[in-house]
Design a protein around this ligand. Structure first.
Ligand code: PMP
Length: 452
């Protein structure tokens, strides 16, 4: 290990506070210090290469340091680094808004920018709230959310979240929501079958019951379409999102789709909602929007919602929300370059072969003694490790089985980050089939080594 690496590790341990990290433990480690990226690979200060199995926390699309995106950024930096959308517009923000409307589910016609996934959702929640005020239905103030949901870390996003370990400590600070069961078939709380193919969709029945009971007071329903990400890569049964859309229409509730993690090709289509032919009323985007390069987010909505905010100045129908870096031109130029690459690389057309291969490699893992459930949706995989396959008994949290598998994977040249006992597969979409084979070989070997 070089002296530079040692110094950087020391600075990190002494001065940095890492997110979602127990720092007492972290301070005892020698963290890998990444200084370069190349395609699907991250390279540390000593030249070691790691295949990025989590796509820079679920954001990277075209690989690290893509020449075309780097050039677009350099060009933009030399023209304009930032101005404002308060009283001005800029070329890249306007061009990107048009492009997003062109590719979004039909009917999503307006783009409100912010700069991270949490704010994209928070804006959706606030928009839905104010929308009903303007429609003369001020009693519609509540939200339906799902257990195991994750929508970000702001107070509003935590309120509509449903992961106790992250949210419980803040509970007194959060507004209460109407919580619907998670469509987590493997650990279903409602159906004894605990099997997506055989269940009677009790979760949807319960959702409908809640919606019917609370329709008069509910502004919006917040959902991660197709996959609940941070909750454990929980894949919804087919038709779930479509049914949620139908129910939102029936009970007059705005559907807020959080596509922060699944947007921009991750599930095999540009947006997850498109797989079920659904247009939400509000859609939150971030992460993949700049292909994982820069902070940018967009909350898209329909003309119906937008029009409810039009009024005379003194009517106070304005949406009083905005962030300093809203519509930042460097970030918007990056997003435009990424969309160009989607087209020139024919990225979406390449995905079915990769998705098929990923499925072929995930399926046999079911045979391993401590693999309880394999979930997959597009280029997302979740491997749930259990103490007992028969009883589905989970490993205790303290055993840190997921962390141990991921540390083992580093010996195989992979960087992975688990969600508790779930090993997450979430590579850059540009990954080659050879690299995907390398990733799955390493995951297979690491699970075998740790779970015996
Ligand atoms: N929604 C979903 C579905 C997410 O996965 C995340 C981040 N993992 C967020 C919102 C929050 O995004 P950010 O971390 O950029 O605030």
């Amino acid at each position: 290990m070089s002296d530079t690496t040692r110094t950087l590790q020391e600075y990190d341990r002494r001065y940095l506070w890492h997110p979602f990290t127990q720092m007492k433990e972290w301070e005892k480690t020698d963290p890998i210090v990444i200084e370069r990226g190349e395609g699907s690979w991250l390279i540390d200060t000593d030249g070691n290469r790691y295949l990025d199995g989590v796509a820079a926390i679920w954001t990277n699309v075209h690989g690290h340091c893509r020449r075309e995106i780097n050039e677009a950024i350099k060009e933009q930096v030399d023209r304009l680094e930032h101005s404002t959308l308060l009283g001005l517009t800029n070329d890249k923000a306007a061009l990107l808004a048009k492009r997003l409307v062109d590719i979004a589910p039909p009917g999503l016609a307006r783009v409100f920018y912010s700069d991270n996934g949490s704010t994209a959702v928070e804006i959706g929640v606030k928009m839905a709230f104010q929308y009903w005020q303007h429609l003369g239905r001020p009693e519609k103030q509540r939200y339906i959310s799902f257990r195991n949901a994750y929508h970000g870390d702001t107070v509003g996003c935590m309120s509509v979240g449903g992961i106790d370990i992250y949210h419980e400590v803040f509970r007194p600070l959060l507004f209460p929501t109407i919580q619907a069961p998670s469509p987590y078939c493997y650990r279903c709380e409602l159906c004894a079958e605990r099997d997506a193919d055989r269940c009677g969709r009790q979760c949807l029945q319960e959702l409908e019951r809640l919606m019917a009971a609370h329709t008069h007071e509910t502004a919006g329903l917040v959902i991660e379409p197709l996959v609940q990400g941070a909750g454990g890569m929980i894949v919804q049964p087919e038709g779930f999102v479509r049914k949620v859309r139908e129910l939102c229409d029936r009970y007059d509730i705005l559907m807020i789709a959080d596509e922060v993690a699944v947007g921009f090709g991750r599930t095999g289509t540009m947006f997850a909602c498109q797989q079920e032919g659904v247009t939400p009323d509000i859609m939150a985007l971030s992460k993949g929007i700049t292909a994982g390069y820069l902070p940018l987010a967009a909350t898209m909505t329909t003309e119906k919602v937008y029009n409810a905010f039009l009024g005379e100045y003194r009517e106070l129908k304005t949406f009083f929300h905005g962030h300093t870096f809203t519509g930042n031109p460097i970030a918007c130029a990056t997003a435009l370059a990424s969309l160009d690459l989607f087209a020139s690389d024919r990225l979406l057309e390449q995905l079915p072969a990769k998705i098929d291969y990923l499925r072929q490699r995930l399926e046999p893992l079911r045979e391993l003694d401590h693999v309880g459930n394999i979930r997959m949706c597009g280029m997302v995989g979740g491997i749930e490790l259990v103490r007992s396959r028969e009883t589905r008994e989970p490993y205790d949290w303290e055993e840190r089985i997921g962390v141990r598998v991921c540390l083992e994977a580093q010996k195989h040249g992979l960087f992975l980050r688990p969600l508790g006992n779930i090993i997450v597969v979430f590579p850059p979409l540009s990954i080659s089939l050879e690299e995907l084979a390398f990733l799955m070989d390493g995951i297979d070997a690491s699970i075998r080594a740790i779970t015996g």
